[in-house]
Each structure stands twice: as C-alpha cells, then as structure tokens.
Design a protein around this ligand. Structure first.
Ligand SMILES: Cc1ncc(COP(=O)(O)O)c(C=O)c1O
Length: 384
C-alpha cells in the first residue's frame, strides 16, 4: 500500500498574497516602491529594531552589511563552522577571511567559550548564526564584541520570531540579516532584509544596495526628474514590490504560524525523548523561531536513515554538513577533519524532519512512526 507523502516543507501562501500581488500588478510600480517601504517599516516594528531594509537575499544582506561596515581585504570575520555555506561565503565575497569557531553540543550554535581565542588584531566582526531558530546568547556575545571593538552581523536566516533574555534578533547586533528564501518562516521565494538599530548603517546599506546611487527609482518616479549622482560604489540588491506584496500578509499570521510550529516541535520532542533520540535544545526561558526540527542519529546510520525516510515518502534534509570540510574550503584554506569536532559530529548525525504550520498531529506521528521503522530496521541489520 502506498503511503501518504509528507513533504519537507509547504508554504502557506494563498488568497491574501494573491490579492496583494494583484494590487501591485494593477499599478505601475514593480521595483522597490511603496510596498517595499511598507514591508520595511512593519518588519522593523515587528522586530523592535529601528530600521529594516529589503534585500534580494540573506547572503547579499550579510555581504552588504560587511561592506557597509567597511570590512574587506586583510580583515578576518569569525563565523560558526556549523552553518549553511552562505554565512562564510558572504565573508569571502566581501574580500575578508572567514575564521571558523566550533559549535556547542547542546544547541549546535557557535560556542561562545571559544570565540575569544579566535580573535586576532585583524578580526573586525563576528557573525553568529541563530541555528534552527534558537538564539545565540546575544548579551554575552555583545560583551565579548565590545571588549574587542568588533561589529556583530547576525545571520537571522532561521530566526525572525526568536527571543532570548528579552532580546530579539537585530536588537544587540550592529546588523541582522534575514532570509525569505522558499522554505523560510515567511517567504517570497527569494528575498532578504537587513535590520539595524544604527541610523548610519541603515543609510549606508540603502545606498550600496542600489549601485551607490543618491536616488532610488521610486524617488525619481514620485518627484520631478533630477540628476542622480553615484558618491560610492554599490551593488544591486534591492527588494521589489512584488516580493513585498507576498511578504506583507505573512506578517499578520507570523505569530499564529509560530504557535503551530511550536506545537509540532513539542510533539516531536515528546516522541523522540521517549525513543532516546537526541536533538538540539532550546535554552530554558528563550523562544525559538522553530524554523527547522532536526534530530541526531548514529553517524554510521545517518545516510541510510536519510535514504530510508525518502523511500518511506518523507521529505528530509541535512542542516548542515560543516562548512570547513566543503571541498572549496579544504582546497583554499587547508582545513581538515578533526579541526572543529563538534560541528563535524553534528554534521555527521543530523537529519531534519518536515516542519510547517499546516502539518497535522497525524502527520507528525507518521513521520515518527516511519522513522522508528527505518531506524529499527537499520539497527537490527547492524546487529545481525
Ligand atoms: C543559516 C543561513 N544563512 C544564510 C542563508 C542564505 O539565505 P538566502 O538564500 O536568502 O541567501 C540561509 C539560507 O538557507 C541559511 O539557512
């Protein structure tokens, strides 16, 4: 009998987004205009951060945040070895060198105990990644950064709705970078944003996301034509009104969707606690954005479990294999296995399970049931 397929992710886009998109298409303005501005203002309000600037992706947001901070050739930027490649790639795009720090085993986030040992006279910034939606201890990281005169650029690709010690993403960092990629908690297919409490940084990012021009197309459209200047070199990374039209209605239901994902994660946790299967922990008293739910299995069984789950019609992913062991990083920087053991261990054990607001309790139970069947089968085969 064929089993119901349980997708890794399903978006929640529908009527409200279609209506909003229709309204944009009925108008004349498709690029960064009133909708983008409305999204930027509502997103900044949601985060409780002074400024938000719509971008084309989180990768570009990290890159431009580093450029706006004046970081480039000869500089070092501290990044976690356990993250998506984009975090470290953006540092290289900026012309700087990524310096990896290992993960802590409880949360999989960057180990703050190891950050200071990685700081050198060349270090200019730290990029914490709030992995899976679990916030790094930003109060402690801010104190470390301040002691050494470093900037913090938060990678918040997983962490829009997170809170820890009353701190939200973007409130203690110099800049916080968000992703609205296809599987994120709010999405427009591809997109991103920078949030910053710093007026100077917001202004710098607004200019360099649009070629370094002194006027945007919207300024030129709404006012009479005036020549623009290009005072600095910039790039092209501005969010457009079609993206903003899709994102705006999702802000209305962001809390309700988090509640659904929290319910699903609690159900997974109860099941995996009962099975003795480990997973990264949410620190007591903090609120995770619950972007991904990942479990840790025996490293020698992981790839077979991945195959087995897919054979059982369950969408799965690996978040992540450590960045320093990607071929490019090994060849360019000479990294090798054993240098960041916790990130390597997590990378060898992790399997991400389906998680999205519309998942039913029955689907969650089915994922667990199919996991148990696959995992038990592999354990039996190993001991036979
Ligand atoms: C931790 C992390 N950082 C950065 C990114 C890059 O985001 P984007 O695809 O918007 O560039 C992602 C995307 O999946 C991510 O998971």
């Amino acid at each position: 009998m064929s089993q119901e397929r349980i997708d890794f992710y399903r978006h929640t886009l529908g009527e409200p987004e279609l209506r909003n998109l229709g309204a944009v298409l009925d108008g004349v303005f498709l690029t960064s205009g009133p909708r983008t501005q409305e999204f930027e203002s509502r997103f900044a309000d949601y985060l409780g951060v002074g400024h938000a600037i719509g971008m084309t992706s989180c990768t570009t947001a990290i890159f431009l945040a580093l450029k706006a901070l004046g970081i480039g050739e000869g500089d070092e930027v501290i990044v976690p070895a356990m993250s998506f490649i984009a975090t470290a790639n953006a540092v290289i795009h900026a012309g700087a060198t990524p310096i990896f720090v290992d993960a802590e085993l409880e949360t999989a986030n960057i180990d703050l105990d190891q950050v200071e040992a990685a700081i050198t006279p060349r270090t200019k910034a730290i990029i914490p990644v709030h992995l899976y939606g679990h916030l790094v201890d930003m109060r402690r990281l801010r104190a470390i950064a301040d002691r050494h005169g470093l900037a913090i650029v938060e990678d918040c690709a997983h962490a829009i709705e997170s809170v820890r010690d009353d701190v939200k993403p973007g409130q203690l960092g110099d800049a916080a970078c968000f992703s609205f990629y296809a599987t994120k908690n709010i999405t427009c297919g591809e997109g991103g944003a920078i949030a910053t409490p710093r007026e100077d940084l917001a202004e710098a990012v607004r200019v360099i996301r649009l070629h370094g021009m002194s006027k945007s197309a919207y300024d030129r459209y709404t006012a009479r034509y005036r020549h623009y200047d290009m005072p600095v070199m910039g790039w092209k990374a501005n969010m457009n009104d079609l993206q903003a039209a899709i994102l705006l209605p999702q802000l209305d239901r962001i809390e309700a969707q988090l509640e659904s994902r929290e319910r699903i994660c609690q159900r997974y946790q109860r099941a995996f606690d009962g099975l003795g299967i480990d997973y990264p922990r949410v620190v007591a008293g903090s609120r995770s954005a619950r972007h991904l739910f990942t479990i840790w299995v025996e490293p020698e069984l992981r790839d077979d479990v991945l195959q087995g789950m897919q054979d059982a019609a369950v969408g799965v992913a690996v978040n992540y294999r450590p960045i320093h062991l990607m071929s490019y990083y090994v060849e360019r920087y000479g990294f090798s296995a054993g240098m960041f053991p916790n990130a390597e261990e997590i990378g060898a054990r992790t399997i991400t399970l389906p998680l999205y607001p519309a998942m039913t309790d029955e689907q969650v139970d089915q994922v667990v049931e199919r996991f148990v069947a696959v995992h038990t089968g592999l354990l039996d085969r190993r001991s036979a």
